[in-house]
Ligand binder design. Sequence first.
Ligand SMILES: NC(=O)C1=CN([C@@H]2O[C@H](COP(=O)(O)OP(=O)(O)OC[C@H]3O[C@@H](n4cnc5c(N)ncnc54)[C@H](OP(=O)(O)O)[C@@H]3O)[C@@H](O)[C@H]2O)C=CC1
Ligand SMILES: CC(C)=CCC[C@@H](C)[C@H]1CC=C2C3=C(CC[C@@]21C)[C@@]1(C)CC[C@H](O)C(C)(C)[C@@H]1CC3
Length: 428
Amino acid sequence: MKFNKQKSPQAEKEFGGTLGATCIPVFLPLTVLYLLCVCRSPVASVLQWPPVLPPTAQLWDPLAPVLILGWMALQSFFYLLPMGKVSEGMVLKDGSRLKYPINGFHALCITAVLLTLSLWLGMPLGYLFELLLPLAVCAIGVSFLLSLYLYISSFWAPHHALAQGGNTGNPLYDFFMGRELNPRIGSFDLKYFCELRPGLIGWVVINFGMLMKEVELRDSASLAMILVNGFQLLYVADALWNEEAVLTTMDIVHDGFGFMLVFGDLAWVPFTYSLQAAFLVVHPQSLSPLGATAIVTLNVCILHLNICAGYYIFRKSNSQKNQFRRDPTHPSVSKLETIATATGKRLLVSGWWGLVRHPNYLGDLLMALAWSLPCGFNHLLPYFYVVYFTVLLIHREARDERHCRAKYGLAWDSYCRRVPYRIFPYIY
Ligand SMILES: NC(=O)C1=CN([C@@H]2O[C@H](COP(=O)(O)OP(=O)(O)OC[C@H]3O[C@@H](n4cnc5c(N)ncnc54)[C@H](OP(=O)(O)O)[C@@H]3O)[C@@H](O)[C@H]2O)C=CC1
Ligand SMILES: CC(C)=CCC[C@@H](C)[C@H]1CC=C2C3=C(CC[C@@]21C)[C@@]1(C)CC[C@H](O)C(C)(C)[C@@H]1CC3
């Protein structure tokens, strides 16, 4: 294959352009380490000054690289096992479609069996709490190395395999955004694998490790810890159960595979999304009889908020769009009102996608809130996820809006007139 230095015509750079692409890879890894330190400090205040810094000895453990590389190898092995069906992705620029194994849920189940077995063999899973910082350091290191490999190898990819946004010719920006859309080693799809396997399953394993640490320290798991573990396990199991739907998301269809996604998948998700569980290990929510009644009532409300409101909206809207994009004639979506676009694709303007322009973000945000509430109201740290996620989704919605306006032009404008609110009905 020949060396490809061709650039795509690029209107405007995203994420703050070259400056953003230079600062974010420094700032975000430090944020992960900082949050992990804050969460185990007694005060657990993100606003604490001077900030809590870890002694260098706490950043490294020789076990960490073994665990991270072993984990990646184990999940790659599950990915390659001939289990589950094979599905096709969306049509690519050259008219072809890639094939993807749909066996993520199998991988989660086998991981659960292995975890149970290791518990039975007496492995101290609670030790993951002590290892969090060195594991995060290694995951960050792996993210940099993998992104570098992806950047270099993308020069051998054919021009039609490059992502629209990540080949501007500016090395820092392209390294950050990702040049190639679907980098593969043989039939092994690196982006699809990283998006759903090592980080997402790693997140629930870390959560479970925090639960075991709590059992070690206080002989039983708290209600708050059980709720956080349960909600987040539901989220991850749902993502893997509906794995096929990820093939119509922005990450797979539009974004290149560069540092932003690699680091997001391998380091950011497992180590910041598990902050609530790690926080609860050091900051248990004490329960007086009155407090217990209030907490149980609150938790019933949280359960409803998470499962009935958040999860329902999130799942239904994602599945509706996925079904529509795969087969608009399917009985579950064929009666929905749509508008035509010049590209031949249609846009849904009724059903969930007629409520707001991103109903799936609304559901996701409601769930995010439900994950933090069990941690009480005395600290900001457990609410980090809600704050970060709101910012991420508002920014993501704006990016998607720009892409869709460029793709669909006037049809997108008429969709916006029909469905004026972006995420929150009557608010935003
Ligand atoms: N937990 C986390 O950290 C994160 C979770 N998420 C979740 O991932 C899920 C996927 O999100 P994301 O990939 O951002 O975006 P979407 O899955 O919403 O995909 C956006 C695309 O959907 C298509 N689309 C938009 N409107 C319509 C319509 N009316 N009718 C038909 N198709 C439409 C367009 O693509 P086209 O027309 O080309 O098909 C658009 O580019 C969401 O639930 C989100 O909450 C996202 C980011 C982080
Ligand atoms: C701050 C930073 C580095 C941001 C990078 C963003 C990534 C963390 C997220 C971009 C899109 C994501 C998705 C999920 C996880 C977070 C990232 C990678 C997702 C896999 C979570 C589970 C959901 O069910 C999902 C499959 C819909 C979702 C897809 C998008």
